[in-house]
Ligand binder design. Structure first.
Ligand code: FES
Length: 425
């Protein structure tokens, strides 16, 4: 009898506690979501007025069955300058259908028709990290204008709101793991390397609001500083929670110190970020580390962190745009062999004959070294920019490329020859 009475009394108490926990988590999440959506440039740019009557919800919570194969038309919904040479483009699907929710840190391949003055009729393809949060209604990329960059010049100089560009479904293994929210998350960015970090930060705030997140941001100065203003606002606003901290380094002396008079001031340092400083600030150094920026910066940071005792498996860095390889890198894995038989490589369109015998070298590297002009962007088998026809021979991939390609084609950036090969390039 006593037992039954106990059960009768305890059930409502447990129900109340569960409900109270649910309400408290929901309120906290709403609080953070409201803060994020209040930031004019941290969340996706406001849709253009011509679209204001359309549904604003274009991403879906189920990521699995909405990803698509091949290219999809996207309308450039809004354009926003983030710094003198960095510009954001918000994208919505031209077909009006939903887009998959992605993982913060993933990227998309972007294809534009060649501009009028382009010297080649081939469309340009480049891979860009998404800078929006996975839960936002628009995809957003933020592109730095590079003087000799065909795609970045085209996007900055010719693309207007309302234009259509094409993208592939978000991909990539460079993202956070939300399954361990008790582990602090350390995001380390230099310059435009902020874009995947921003996406990871937004995902973390949305999905695991109690996770401790540190963003370490290396910049030249406060002028060339994409997203710095809203990030500092966010850092100050969430300072009371102790869950998000922004740490900024300016490599040039701070000119207008009076403009940095809020509570984030003590987190702005002149000089260069180092692993020792990061670990000193966080105490134990425990947690997951993600790094994005120039190759030299990433390799140095990853190496330093590991030298300071951080577990190699906890350190990952983005390897786009270069041949970055190293501890924890998501670059192409070396097969382990240091040398192999010499194989003949022929690039038929360039009438170039060369050889290969180093398993760490991809066919794209061979083309680069031989002066054969091959388009490339991600160098990680994701964007499809380097896909060419394989006329003769066999290749292998240490990891299957994620981009779309057909039988008889080769994804050069991640391919190694198994026989003599001929490539139409
Ligand atoms: S450069 Fe992107 S797939 Fe090869």
């Amino acid at each position: 009898m006593t037992g039954i009475l106990g059960i009768v009394l305890i059930i409502p108490i447990i129900a109340y506690l569960v409900f109270a926990e649910f309400i408290s988590r929901r309120e906290e999440r709403r609080y953070r979501t409201d803060i994020i959506s209040d930031l004019p440039t941290l969340s996706s740019s406001t849709p253009s007025s011509s679209e204001s009557t359309q549904s604003s919800q274009t991403t879906a919570s189920n990521p699995n069955n909405l990803s698509w194969k091949g290219w999809r038309d996207m309308v450039v919904d809004a354009i926003q300058d983030e710094s003198p040479d960095c510009r954001s483009f918000s994208l919505r699907p031209a077909d009006g259908e939903l887009m998959p929710r992605f993982k913060g840190g993933q990227s998309i391949s972007v294809r534009c028709k060649p501009s009028e003055e382009a010297d080649s009729p081939k469309p340009v393809v480049r891979c860009y990290s998404l800078s929006s949060g996975p839960g936002e209604p628009r995809y957003r990329i933020t592109v730095k204008r590079v003087p000799d960059g065909r795609m970045s010049r085209q996007l900055h100089d010719t693309i207007q709101a309302g234009d259509v560009i094409q993208i592939q479904s978000p991909r990539g293994h460079f993202h956070i793991n939300p399954d361990y929210p008790e582990r602090p998350l350390h995001l380390i960015a230099a310059g435009i390397g902020i874009t995947p970090m921003l996406s990871m930060l937004l995902q973390s705030l949305e999905e695991t609001p109690n996770r401790e997140v540190h963003l370490y941001y290396q910049l030249r100065d406060q002028t060339n500083a994409p997203f710095l203003k809203p990030l500092r606002y966010l850092g100050n606003t969430l300072a009371q929670t102790g869950k998000f901290q922004l740490h900024v380094w300016f490599s040039r002396p701070i000119e207008d110190a009076d403009s940095l008079t809020d509570s984030a001031l003590d987190r702005i340092t002149t000089g260069r970020i180092s692993a020792a400083q990061i670990i000193e600030r966080t105490g134990s150094g425990e947690g997951d580390y993600r790094i994005c920026g120039p190759s030299v910066f990433m390799e140095l940071m990853a190496t330093e962190l590991i030298q300071h005792g951080i577990d190699e498996a906890s350190v990952q860095y983005e390897s786009f745009g270069g041949k970055a390889k190293g501890p924890g890198a998501i670059a192409v894995k070396n097969s382990g062999a240091s040398e192999t038989d010499e194989l003949k490589i022929t690039f038929t369109q360039s009438s170039c004959h060369t050889t290969w015998n180093d398993p760490s070298v991809s066919l794209l590297d061979v083309a680069d070294d031989a002066g054969v002009n091959v388009d490339a962007s991600c160098r990680a088998g994701q964007c499809g920019a380097c896909v060419h026809r394989l006329i003769k021979g066999n290749v292998r991939y240490d990891e299957q490329p994620e981009c779309d390609f057909e039988d008889g084609e080769v994804v050069m950036c991640v391919a190694r020859p198994e026989t003599d090969v001929e490539i139409k390039a």
